[in-house]
Design a protein around this ligand. Sequence first.
Ligand SMILES: Cc1cc2nc3c(=O)[nH]c(=O)nc-3n(C[C@H](O)[C@H](O)[C@H](O)COP(=O)(O)O)c2cc1C
Length: 206
Amino acid sequence: MRDALPYVLILYYSRYGATRTMAEQLAAGVESCPGIEARLRTVPPVSPTCEAVDPEIPAEGAVYASLDDLRHCAGLALGSPTRFGNMAAPLKHFVDGTSELWLGGALIDKPATAFTSTASLHGGQETTLLSMLLPLLHHGMVYAGIPYSETALMTTAGGGTPYGASHLAGQRSDRVVTDEERQLIRAQGLRLARLALSLRHLQERS
Ligand SMILES: Cc1cc2nc3c(=O)[nH]c(=O)nc-3n(C[C@H](O)[C@H](O)[C@H](O)COP(=O)(O)O)c2cc1C
């Protein structure tokens, strides 16, 4: 049997679809790098009713992430809509359940990045991305944003930041991803994939 390819885990939450679209574009960036694949996973919504349990398999889209998806990834891209300038609760809830991986140092020296979507241009893209960086650093991951060699960072009139890709979805979530936003998120995926392959020898030592 052929050895399975290493994969970048693209772990996102999306209520209205914008972050999901970004996740798919980031996956295309990852898969433009030979020798590694993208694994798209989502998380269930959280409910005010403690007893509420979602079906194990969502009705559509990516399946729910398991801790093992995260444990065995070669790199991680975390995606969330902005919620009051912060990551969305369902994603935070999943992240808060990763103590077992933290205790075992499972993510140390793996590259990670983040992406987000907002309704308004100044509604907290950067703060959300920085909030997502914090748990990644606690896990010992190596954070990779987007370098300014990606010239769309200078010219974009929508999303796109050095902290990670972003998309301005608009108040009605009806703005399509612009060419520059797409360019940046693909570049982010490709960069993460390359870093994941280059840092693998660090992960194999443990
Ligand atoms: C509870 C809540 C809080 C939000 N907070 C913000 C915010 O602080 N800034 C902003 O620009 N958009 C905010 N939004 C809008 C979402 O970030 C935006 O619609 C995003 O594109 C949704 O992504 P999705 O389509 O992947 O669900 C908020 C939406 C909700 C439901």
